[in-house]
Write a protein that binds this ligand. Structure first.
Ligand code: ADP
Length: 260
């Protein structure tokens, strides 16, 4: 209880300082073992899931060509669920890499809005329930990690879809300010309570309550996204009104600054 307290003499100068220290070696080792286990397990799960996905796609094509529409539709649903599984495994793999500081980066020049349109088209192809609308201002070329930034945009749009079961519209905005591109993913879904807003980017954090069963997930997507954006020298934040919807923003420098 006394730890961290200083005692002062009459002149106000400190005379003693009580402190306590703990050996955290064991805690660190356990954390490391846990991360190693998650890394190995997710790596092992990835290979069979990738094969099953390839078989499901072949079967879907065969069934479609044969005119077995109902069976082909089942295969398509199976493929969608396999996409979810692949993305969960990917998140587990990424989180161990992030925590070990081993996430690989690859910077290239690319057209920023073209990347956004590609992600939207890809997600719209597997989503009938929502309409993803573009509101893109001229951004031009970026020099950053295309794959990783696409991953963040995918995460944010996927969340926007998942957490707005009763509204159809999702809007993706881009703009440029002082050499930074600002991306905003706007949804009109369940929203987030004000006191939870700054927690959603924490590892394994999920807004608790009955919602957890309705919206399955691991609580890793936003943590990984925020680590990627930080490494790109940018910022990520959210504004939201419960019951009305959320706006997730990130901004990153269009040209890499010296952040490494
Ligand atoms: P997951 O979706 O797997 O739980 P995330 O890290 O992506 O993990 O999100 C963390 C939490 O933030 C979610 O559990 C949810 O409570 C909240 N959240 C994220 N995106 C939204 C959104 N668009 N609308 C409402 N809540 C959201």
């Amino acid at each position: 209880k006394e730890s961290g307290k200083a005692k002062y003499n009459e002149q106000g100068n400190p005379i003693t300082f009580i402190s306590a220290s703990f050996d955290i070696t064991e805690t660190k080792q356990l954390q490391q073992q846990k991360d190693d286990f998650i890394g190995i397990a997710s790596h092992e799960l990835k290979t069979p899931v990738t094969s099953i996905k390839a078989y499901a796609q072949v079967l879907e094509r065969i069934l479609t060509n044969k005119g077995d529409i109902k069976e082909a539709e089942l295969m398509r649903k199976m493929d969608n669920q396999l996409n979810r599984l692949t993305s969960l495994i990917g998140d587990l793999l990424d989180v161990t890499k992030v925590n070990a500081g081993k996430l690989q980066y690859n910077h290239t020049h690319f057209d920023f809005n073209e990347m956004i349109r590609f992600v939207i088209e890809d997600l719209q192809r597997t989503t009938d329930s929502h309409e993803i609308i573009e509101n893109l201002q001229e951004v031009g070329l970026a020099y950053t990690d295309k794959e990783r930034v696409s991953q963040v945009v995918t995460n944010l749009i996927t969340n926007a879809i998942k957490y707005s079961p009763d509204s159809k519209k999702i809007i993706v905005h881009t703009s440029v300010e002082e050499g930074n591109v600002i991306v905003c993913i706007e949804d009109f879904g369940i929203g987030i309570a004000q006191d939870k807003l700054n927690k959603v980017f924490e590892q394994f954090y999920r807004v608790s309550g009955s919602m957890q069963h309705t919206f399955p997930g691991l609580g890793l997507g936003l943590y990984i996204s925020s680590e990627i954006i930080k490494r790109e020298g940018g910022k990520i934040w959210v504004t939201s009104t419960e019951g009305q919807g959320s706006k997730f923003y990130f901004s990153i420098p269009l040209q890499l600054r010296n952040t490494y």
